[in-house]
Design a protein around this ligand. Structure first.
Ligand SMILES: [Zn+2]
Length: 301
């Protein structure tokens, strides 16, 4: 496996092989019944996990999934782990079972008690299940859409439309002025937390254009050169975070108070203290699972 900077970000390292047309099972029911198959289960947006000693497991057998209220209509195939198929589905009415908990993916990523490859598969599962649940009907003719290829796409028998799971690109960038970087805080952040600026890309933009537009809108800072650093799948519900470093061409901040509660420059030493949680007044960066942490760390180091 290649180890680019992206491997440091939470939800990376998905080890499942996506199925080509030849390898797809005839139906999701066949896939579920195949030897060695396992299922990731979600109760709404939270993954079901089993506590095994100090570790967590998020894989369930067919029988276990059924005992946890698996909705067979929600099932999709994620891919293959060696010869064993991995699926995902919704547990619509999970009965209370000892040792089973429903946990959101952010908490799982921060805790680090789950195998990273399985956490990445859960991210794939959550985004894909969400997309299928939101795309029941054809946007062209209104007929019901059917699952294709175990979840690869959805198709309309009436008009032939086929649609594929979408990913929403978000640029997240650290603007740099010599020895200082630009961080902002939103009112909803945890107390003392500052992060890199971020925003959704818009149709017709390059990544660099989106970085320059977002930084200008949120902080008033003009950006010159933009350099890609790393990316992160962000399954809330289906973003792709595209992390960049950006060269500031101006220094005077006029931040957008509708987006940010504060925005200012931080020098390297202050950024290091925030990363290490040793800042004198408790300012800090996002957790290590977040791409913003590593954008800031790579600048600070
Ligand atoms: Zn249609």
């Amino acid at each position: 496996m290649f180890r680019e900077a992206s491997h440091l970000n939470g939800f990376s390292g998905n080890a499942l092989a996506r199925l080509g047309e030849a390898g797809r099972p005839r139906s999701v029911a066949d896939a579920l019944a195949s030897e060695g198959a396992s299922v990731h289960l979600f109760a709404e947006d939270r993954a079901l996990v089993r506590v095994v000693g100090e570790k967590l497991s998020a894989r369930f057998t067919q029988a276990e999934a059924q005992s946890l209220g698996l909705d067979p209509d929600s099932l999709i195939v994620l891919g293959a782990d060696g010869q064993a198929l991995r699926l995902a589905g919704l547990a619509t009415a999970p009965e209370k079972q000892t040792g089973i908990e429903a946990v959101d993916l952010r908490s799982l990523a921060i805790q680090g008690a789950l195998d990273p490859a399985d956490l990445a598969a859960l991210a794939q599962a959550r985004s894909t299940l969400h997309w299928h649940a939101q795309n029941r009907y054809c946007g062209r003719c209104g007929d019901a859409l059917a699952l294709n290829g175990g979840g690869v796409s959805r198709g309309c028998a009436a008009c032939g439309t086929e649609i594929f799971p979408r990913i929403d690109p978000v640029v997240i960038m650290l603007a740099i002025d010599g020895d200082r970087c630009l961080l902002g805080r939103q009112a909803r952040f945890a107390p003392g937390m500052y992060s890199a600026l971020a925003g959704f890309m818009e149709p017709g933009e390059t990544i660099e254009e989106a970085v320059r537009r977002e930084v200008k809108e949120e902080s008033g800072i003009e950006i010159g050169r933009v350099a890609y650093y790393s990316s992160q799948a962000w399954p809330f519900p289906s973003s792709l975070m595209i992390g960049c470093h950006a060269e500031a061409l101006s220094t005077e901040i006029t931040y957008d108070a509708a987006e940010l509660e504060d925005c200012r420059w931080f020098d390297r030493e202050e950024a290091r203290l925030m990363l290490a949680h040793r800042h004198s007044v408790g300012l800090k960066t996002p957790f290590k699972m977040a791409i913003a942490h590593h954008l800031i760390a790579s600048f600070a180091d």
